[in-house]
Design a protein. Structure first.
Length: 236
């Protein structure tokens, strides 16, 4: 009888040790996995490399960018390309080439080196926008907003097309015909959440004149301008 009790106690002790080791092993795996996931979430542009003995070796994926002539593109545009997650981007004249396979042309509107002034009026408010595109990504601009008898606002700067412009075309609607037409959008973001967007394009029924819309805040005493509260600007 005593022998039987001793055997049972030995079996129970061995079983308890086995469970303890199993629990420790499972706990260790869970902790390691949590660490890997946490690191991966903290750095979305990095990946876990488990191909060698360094368990948490993380490599940053960088975009290889090749540029024929840097003066053809703005620094803001180039910096934006690095955030798109592409493996390789080549800039050559008016071409953007992705991973040596996909070729995209930069928008041709407006023409480079041509100075253009567009104007519009709605009620007592008038807007004049003068632009000159000096490379494939950027325009110099001057915007003058005047409300008769009240106030005026003037601003000049440089605005760029989005680095992700090739994701899809932007469009606006002609107020005369109701027909949509493709536009090239240039933008400038400043401190204090100030923004300026200039949208330019042609609509066949309206004629050969360049059309424009602006989206803009930080206009001094004047209201914000958006796509709906002001009319289309037309080339003079």
């Amino acid at each position: 009888m005593i022998k039987k009790i001793v055997v049972v106690l030995i079996i129970m002790s061995m079983s308890g040790c086995g469970n303890s080791q199993t629990n420790k092993k499972a706990h260790s795996v869970l902790v390691d996995t949590t660490k890997i996931i946490a690191i991966n979430n903290s750095y979305p542009n990095k990946k876990v490399n488990l191909s060698n003995d360094k368990r948490h070796n993380i490599d940053e994926r960088k975009t290889e960018i090749s540029i024929k002539n840097k003066s053809d593109y703005s620094e803001n545009f180039i910096e934006g390309l690095k955030k798109l997650g592409e493996k390789k981007i080549t800039l050559s004249d008016n071409l953007l080439i992705l991973n040596d396979t996909d070729t995209i042309y930069f928008p041709e509107t407006p023409k480079i080196n041509r100075r253009i002034t567009l104007t519009g009026k709605k009620g007592n408010l008038t807007i004049a926008v003068t632009i000159k595109r000096f490379n494939y990504t950027t325009v110099d601009y001057r915007i003058e907003i005047t409300e008769f008898g009240k106030s005026n606002h003037s601003q000049k700067g440089k605005a760029d097309i989005a680095s992700s412009f090739y994701f899809g075309d932007e469009s606006d609607e002609s107020e005369k015909t109701g027909v949509s037409y493709f536009v090239t959008e240039f933008s400038e973001l400043r401190e204090s959440d100030c923004y300026t967007y200039i949208r330019l394009g042609y609509e066949k029924e309206t004629g050969p004149y360049l059309l424009g819309k602006i989206i803009k805040n930080c206009n001094g005493k004047l209201s914000d301008i958006d796509l709906d509260n002001f009319s289309t600007l037309i080339e003079k």
